[in-house]
Ligand binder design. Structure first.
Ligand SMILES: Nc1ncnc2c1ncn2[C@@H]1O[C@H](COP(=O)(O)OP(=O)(O)O)[C@@H](O)[C@H]1O
Ligand SMILES: [Mg+2]
Length: 284
């Protein structure tokens, strides 16, 4: 496979993974204390996973098992201690594999995005909604090998289109985050994540801070937009019912390690591992 990001390969029956996490690990260094020296705490330990184009891979596991750490590495936001993330065959963290690594990093805004749990802290309170949504687009536009750079008018048009797609009025663009409810703010975060047309979005507990009715609206929105854009999701949640509703396949983590992965129905009806069974029992 060559190092280019083009799709539409003739061998349609062989689906290349869009995203490949290869032996990813992360250690956080804890500051030295009087009783103990500097300690390295493993949060993720050698996790390998693949995600196909247009697929949703659910990621579950109890709090603190390393889901968010894995998600941030997969989205290109946190540098791994070991292993790498490949998107369309291109390594996110191997600087030597790229002619111009900084330009590659900028171009990532058009390829991978992340949606966080807390819509209150993920939007800059001083920025208008329109500027927040346009920001990743402006970032991707600075990529030198982009053939065409949109004008300001075109960008405003794209922001209005995205606002409509996520179910908000076009005049929301001029307003600020505090004028919106939690659910509306998460819709804004979805618009911001999808405006560059990324192939891959990491959703980290995207509806965990919302009321149940609002939660299902945002989940349906994410599914509708996936159908429309063909985007792949890594969908992280501690809520197994939500993950089951969203995912084609599910991966289970425990203490930084991958316990098992498989078809969503298989994981739910025939878990291979005792730990998965316990997790399922605990959630019902
Ligand atoms: N920035 C950080 N510095 C130090 N330790 C961290 C940091 N982020 C996460 N951790 C630790 O890594 C482990 C995994 O955390 P996290 O990925 O947030 O788990 P989850 O999302 O599954 O709840 C936890 O023990 C957590 O305390
Ligand atoms: Mg988390």
């Amino acid at each position: 496979m060559g190092n280019n990001a083009s799709c539409g390969n003739a061998a349609a029956s062989i689906v290349e993974p869009l995203v490949e996490l290869r032996k990813l690990s992360k250690h956080f260094v804890r500051a030295p204390s009087l009783t103990a020296g500097e300690r390295s705490l493993p949060a993720v330990r050698g996790v390998s996973l693949r995600i196909a184009p247009g697929e949703t891979l659910g990621l579950v596991g109890e709090s603190g098992c390393g889901k968010s750490t894995l998600g941030r590495m997969a989205a290109g936001l946190l540098e791994p201690s070991g292993g790498d993330v490949f998107i369309n065959g291109l390594p996110l963290w191997d600087k030597k594999a790229h002619k111009d690594y900084r330009a590659f990093r900028r171009s990532l805004a058009g390829v991978v995005q992340m949606i966080f749990q807390d819509p209150y802290s993920s939007l800059d309170p001083r920025m208008s909604i329109g500027d927040s949504i346009a920001e990743p687009l402006l970032c991707a536009r600075r990529c030198p090998d982009r053939e065409r750079k949109e004008t300001g008018g075109e960008i405003r048009g794209r922001v209005r289109t995205m606002l409509r797609k996520v179910g908000l009025e076009a005049d929301a663009a001029a307003r600020r985050p505090h004028e919106f409810s939690g659910g509306q703010r998460q819709r804004i975060a979805v618009a911001r994540a999808l405006i560059t047309g990324p192939a891959f979005v990491v959703c980290d507990e995207p509806t965990s801070s919302l009321d149940a009715s609002v939660q299902s609206q945002v989940l349906n929105l994410l599914q509708d937009l996936q159908d429309e854009f063909g985007v792949s999701y890594l969908f992280i949640s501690h809520d197994l019912a939500v993950v089951r509703h969203m995912s084609d396949r599910i991966a289970v983590m425990r203490k930084g390690r991958l316990v098992e992965e498989g078809d969503a129905d298989r994981i739910f009806f025939h878990p291979a591992e005792d730990y998965t069974r316990l997790l399922l029992e605990a959630s019902t």
